[in-house]
Design a protein around this ligand. Sequence first.
Ligand SMILES: CCCCCCCCCCCCC[C@@H](O)CC(=O)SCCNC(=O)CCNC(=O)[C@H](O)C(C)(C)COP(=O)(O)OP(=O)(O)OC[C@H]1O[C@@H](n2cnc3c(N)ncnc32)[C@H](O)[C@@H]1OP(=O)(O)O
Length: 355
Amino acid sequence: MLTPLVYWAQRHEEVYLRVELTDAQNIDIRVHEKVLQFRAQGYGAKGHHEYHFSLELLLPVKPEVRFRSTQRQVNITVQKEQRGWWDRLCVQERKPVFLTPDFDRWLDESDAEQEIKEKEEKKKRMRASRHKNEGFITQKTVFLFVYNLLQFVGFSWIFVNMSVRLIRFGEDSLYDTFHTTSDVMFFCQILASVEVLNAAFGIVRTSVVPTLIQVVGRNFILFIIFGSLEEMHSKPVVFFVFYLWSAIEVVRYPFYMMNCVDAEWRILTWLRYTVWIPLYPLGVLAEAVAVIQSIPIFDETKLFSIPLPKAVGTSVSFSYLLHLYLVLMFLGLFFNFRHLYKQRKKHFSKKRKEN
Ligand SMILES: CCCCCCCCCCCCC[C@@H](O)CC(=O)SCCNC(=O)CCNC(=O)[C@H](O)C(C)(C)COP(=O)(O)OP(=O)(O)OC[C@H]1O[C@@H](n2cnc3c(N)ncnc32)[C@H](O)[C@@H]1OP(=O)(O)O
């Protein structure tokens, strides 16, 4: 019977053995009382044979043995019955010739204690950071949930109010949308600026640019075109713009709320990633109509126009900027349409993989 080369090392709670056998097969390891017996076939110092060894250990160990065979060796871990440091591995003082210290894993007693301390400190640090993260996650979830709820309530109020008024007053309701809903719309759109910060600080997994385009684009229409021109307040275009904006938000915010509590309502997910397809171009179209309708008013009132030096005369009308804005709007539409298309594809392919 041939004996393989065996390397050993210990810690306070376990003993490690490394048996030098390549492609070991039929591995049989037993522990009975204090005796560990090993038997396996493989390539050792004497070629491909059956190898065997037996060790009478210094102190009792637990009968369960863990081992892992790699291409080059068999790694064995035995649990000591009682925690402690052994002077040597075997009962006999003279160590067997095939046994040698494993200097790759070798530690003396004080180093092993140091290793335990370091492991415990690492565990403590990890536990502390987990607690911190859990705290942060809860705060973040509560913040996002409340934010989404506020937006949902605001946009739902606008959407329902406009729908009810449309049913009750018909075409007449198109002319007083601004007077009846603009306060809530101002509130929701100012609040929507938080979304840019959420994206910028990584509070939600989304990119900043599409969110910035969305928030800046809408607020430009709301504050500059509608807010600053009284003449625009009674135009039906306000109805279309507000209706298209709120139609998506009554779906988008509940979808986010469900996300916050790790829940999903499939129909809502489908609506969130589908309804924008007709709504977004229609929304941009309605916003473009509003800008075009405001141009003669800005020209006439000279509001926001830039005065030129007296020698040059006249002033540069704000409407030039509005023409530029019209171009920017369609670039913004293209950019966000592509972004939303990617988000849709990502979500729907994720769903397909899950099914
Ligand atoms: C640089 C400035 C230049 C300015 C140029 C101005 C150009 C003007 C262009 C104007 C175009 C705007 C037109 C627009 O106003 C018209 C309309 O709105 S019409 C109505 C239809 N509109 C829409 O459908 C768009 C609605 N808006 C959006 O969808 C978003 O605002 C948008 C940024 C476009 C996309 O959202 P996002 O990138 O966040 O995608 P996701 O919804 O898929 O979210 C990604 C992940 O983040 C999680 N998330 C996001 N927000 C929250 C939140 N509040 N709470 C919790 N979780 C959130 C979300 O769940 C996703 O997570 P996961 O992937 O894990 O599911």
